[in-house]
Design a protein around this ligand. Sequence first.
Ligand code: B12
Ligand code: SF4
Length: 473
Amino acid sequence: MNISLIKVREPSVSIPEVTPPLGLMYLAGYLRKYRPGKDNINIFDLSVQNEEDVLASLKDEDIVGLSSTNRDGLYLQKIVEKVRKTNRSCKLILGGPIVSSLINELFDRFDIDCGVTHEGERTFLEVIEKFDGGDRPFEAIEGVAYKNGGSKFTGRRESIENLDDEIPFPAWDLVLDKPFSNEYWKRKSFAFFRMEKRYMGLFTSRGCPYTCIYCHDMFAKRFRAHSAERVVSELEYLNTHFGLRDFEFYDDTFNFDRDRTRRICDLIVEKQLKINMYFPNGLRADRLEKDIVEKMAKAGTKVMCFAIETVSERLQKLLRRNLKFDNINDMIEVAVQNGIHAEGFFMLGHPTETKEEMMNTIDFAAKSRLHSAAFSISIPQKGTELFSTYIGENAPQKLGEGYYEYSSAISQLPPDQVRKLLAYTFIKFYLRPKRIFRIIRTFPLSFIFSRRFLVQITKWLDVVFHRRALFKQ
Ligand code: B12
Ligand code: SF4
């Protein structure tokens, strides 16, 4: 089968980060393992490729698989229409977080053949086999949303238990060997900065046992992880075959299993891998210990994000995040002492949050030893408890909402004021000579004198002081 997998992402001002399409590389790797020699697979990424060129490549495809988040839902609608016009006979399969979020309204919004929910590998394989002459009806494939009058969902599929055995290496070559991969190196990736131009994202565990009410449930509320050996073999492979030295980890709770974290670091040191590691998706500070942070530093960690979100204990409970604060400042200090750039993740605009609670969080960040802080706004996504409780179980999801478009007032402050606080936060946190000096000390010189540095500074200023949007209120 000729299969094209496309990441549908509209480049946006408010979210300048762009990362390689890891989910699609996993799907391609899985098809190669379980349908060897049967498919000709291509990966495209609209966040770095020209839309017309991508569409022109789809004329002879049997299957077009699209991947999207809610943020890109409006753009996705246009892309679906354009793919249909380009190739009337292909089967259009949609996957990614948007599908699990909008299971019941998929076919009202998108002209697709089916949607694959949650963890995608097994379901995608069965759907491809169905379209490749198999006679299995959708009803018999778990994890699929298909059209039958309205939207029918066959029910959630069991998660993959043994990741090491079942999940092969992602098909990195389908991205890294293609000219468009050069576009990633020019953009801002997820991490605050990176040492080398080229990098790859890794997803070493799936699922998270915590129950924060604003978070997705793509990979089930249980921690499933690749073994330390497997993780390090991925790093080694990427290092030897593609010459990569920089790695960003996108796990939801990379450090949930403390011993696995220790073992990964020990193995990297034992094997003398000279790599740089970044943890831009946040670590749980309450699962860190001094020796773990030290080991992570020794293994090459350059950026570590502490996902704090709010310092209000009331909100920690209400959000069911229940982060324990005992050791956060200590762990930040250990990171700082070990030469790691420590970043804090915070959110404003939580449900019922008062201005005072927001100011307390901003104050904590400003007074902390963190080098950098990323403040974002809580935007309810359908399928989460936050959405059903504060927006409404049956309310429609507004597609395409970023920080500058969002309009749901769930805190005590109206959205435009929460947005303005983001700019205030930036000034309060960053405009201190000591902090600027400390940040720059964590950067490698090669980065400070690179084009990427300038691009990054412009992007930050653009995001925070995005004037057109700030003053349109
Ligand atoms: C890396 C990342 C980013 C990167 C890149 C995002 C991007 N769109 O490329 C950056 C930093 C830019 C980012 C930004 C944002 N992100 Co983000 N991000 C992630 C993160 C941490 C990892 C993604 C990843 O690589 N996962 C690993 C792969 C293996 O999983 P996957 O991509 O989901 O793919 C699997 C399945 O979804 C499925 N699948 C995926 N595509 C397809 C396609 C087909 C055809 C099929 C059959 C199956 C399929 O199969 C794959 C294998 O199982 C996830 C959290 C997570 N745990 O996944 C959040 C996540 C995707 N982000 C989220 C959000 C909310 C955002 C922001 C809106 C945050 C903000 N307010 O700024 C922006 C939106 C950006 C955008 N335009 O999409 C939500 C999405 C919720 C939703 N329903 O849309 C997630 C799930 C996190 C969360 N806590 O809820 N993000
Ligand atoms: S926000 Fe982090 S800790 Fe909370 S459920 Fe999501 S991934 Fe887990």
